[in-house]
Design a protein around this ligand. Structure first.
Ligand SMILES: NC(=O)c1ccc[n+]([C@@H]2O[C@H](COP(=O)([O-])OP(=O)(O)OC[C@H]3O[C@@H](n4cnc5c(N)ncnc54)[C@H](O)[C@@H]3O)[C@@H](O)[C@H]2O)c1
Length: 270
């Protein structure tokens, strides 16, 4: 089997784990052809953990050198990265899904260009059911996200509204609104709301509630989908990644499973 050349943009919690898997357990199906990060130290630190060192490449160099680009950087960068992938006819897996909201036309541009865009289900379960339900009529999609304060630190919505997470001492609803507003206010915290939006009824119609409490230890996502195929409720209790408490461990595993699905001919549940 020909190995897929993979390039990773963003060497944080998600990118690092994917790189480590590609250079070890998945080295039979992937060739880790390059790493890119705005912070050179992140690439150097990651290379220390890799069985086979990967080259540090600039963004455009990396896109040209690989078969598939993995974006694991930031919502500020993901639309630009996808646009460059489309121009260079490279398939792309996007983790910073929030950055695609408002840029949905890129997905049709990719389709027209024959570029495959992969969006893993990430830290939430039920995307498969939402896609199925969307073949019929979906009336509502509601996400309730519960995260410990450290999983929400630095969110623009909190800064804008002078909300000090250290002063919160009981269960508190911080935000209620559309997924479009949620991603603007919490770009690094509720990518799942963007995944749900793209799989279902869009960012304007998908409802989001964000709740925190110092007693929480997990990132919990509850989804309720109501449509003409019935009522679906899912609950995912995620262990936060030890490298980035905003990111759930399952989101990292979901990206790796998606990549394995791309490389292998047998795919289960996709
Ligand atoms: N889809 C999902 O379910 C899901 C779940 C968790 C996180 N995410 C998103 O995935 C992305 C990565 O998450 P993470 O936990 O690895 O974050 P992280 O903060 O641990 O790492 C991000 C890395 O990207 C680098 N970076 C930032 N901007 C960059 C740019 N323009 N070009 C190149 N490198 C850049 C940073 O220096 C850092 O090393 C984030 O945007 C996060 O919000 C998505």
């Amino acid at each position: 089997m020909k190995k897929l050349r993979i390039g990773i943009i963003g060497c944080g919690a998600i990118g690092s784990r994917i790189a480590i898997e590609c250079s070890d357990r998945l080295s039979g199906i992937f060739d880790l052809a390059g790493l890119c990060d705005v912070d050179d130290d992140k690439i150097a630190a990651l290379n220390v953990s890799l069985k086979k060192k990967a080259r540090a490449l600039r963004l455009d160099e990396l896109i040209k050198e690989v078969d598939i680009v993995v974006e694991a950087s930031s919502a500020m960068a993901s639309a630009d990265i996808l646009e460059r992938c489309i121009k260079n006819n490279r398939d792309c897996l996007i983790m910073s899904v929030g950055g695609l909201l408002g840029n949905e036309s890129l997905l049709s541009d990719a389709e027209a260009a024959g570029v495959k865009v992969y969006i893993p289900s990430g830290a939430v379960c039920g995307i498969d059911a939402l896609k199925g339900a969307s073949v019929g009529k979906v009336e509502s999609v509601t996400l309730t996200t519960r995260k410990p304060p450290r999983g929400l630190e630095g969110a623009p919505y909190l800064v804008r509204n002078n909300i000090d997470l250290k002063l919160i001492n009981s269960e508190t609803t911080l935000f209620e609104g559309s997924a479009e507003e949620a991603i603007r206010g919490f770009p690094a915290n509720v990518n799942v709301s963007a995944v749900l939006s793209l799989a279902g009824i869009g960012a304007k119609n998908t409802r989001v509630r964000i709740v925190t409490s110092p007693a929480y230890t997990k990132n919990v996502h509850e989804v309720e989908i109501v449509g003409d195929s019935g009522r679906i409720t899912t609950k995912t209790e995620n262990i936060p990644s030890k490298d980035n408490p905003k990111t759930s461990a399952l989101a990292i595993c979901s990206a790796i499973a998606t990549l394995e699905g791309i490389a292998r001919s047998v795919r289960i549940g996709t």
